[in-house]
Design a protein around this ligand. Structure first.
Ligand code: HEC
Length: 143
């Protein structure tokens, strides 16, 4: 029974795939929308580098403090336990958060001013850096 049905299912699958418009439709889907420049991020920022990001993370900003001063050099040893862990966080997540602080969509008295003067490249760099660090973050996949 099984040996007879399997080819039938395969034939049906292939027939449906052929109806959906063929290979071109699939590759267009994976190519994604047109973007202004080279990017690897859903936030639409240029590609960041870990080495440049380490400099951003450790250089004091206009407020006199660096990211590392508050979040820890590894992003996971914060000055205050209420400050979020950044080490090993998804780079995309960090980028979206920083863009939102910079553009005023996310407001916080301490964090907002830190992002105010960051360029797109600095955001991408510092996101790459903290994403590359070991993490203390967990999700629910272990449950
Ligand atoms: C004066 C202390 C301080 C400094 C300096 C600072 N942060 Fe923050 N950061 C915070 C606090 C507090 C929060 C939590 C704010 C909130 O609840 O929205 C935060 C939140 C964040 C978040 C959001 C995290 C999340 O899980 O949503 C990111 C990303 C971040 N900071 C990155 C940075 C980067 C990059 C720098 C350096 C350019 C920096 N921070 C400098 C205190 C600081």
């Amino acid at each position: 029974m099984t040996t007879l049905r399997l080819p039938a299912v395969l034939a049906l699958t292939l027939a449906l795939a052929a109806c959906s418009g063929g290979g071109d439709a699939v590759s267009e889907e994976h190519a994604g929308p047109e973007r202004a420049g080279p990017t690897e991020s859903s936030a639409g920022l240029p590609k960041g580098t870990v080495a440049d990001g380490e400099k951003v993370a450790t250089t004091p900003g206009s407020g006199g403090q660096s990211c590392a001063d508050c979040h820890g050099k590894d992003g996971s040893t914060p000055l205050d336990p209420s400050y979020p862990f950044l080490g090993g966080q998804y780079a995309d997540y960090i980028e979206h958060a920083l863009v939102a602080y910079r553009d005023g969509q996310r407001e916080h008295a301490l964090m907002g001013p830190q992002a105010k003067d960051l360029t797109d490249k600095q955001i991408a760099d510092v996101a790459s850096y903290f994403a590359s660090q070991p993490t203390k973050l967990t999700d629910l996949s272990h449950l």
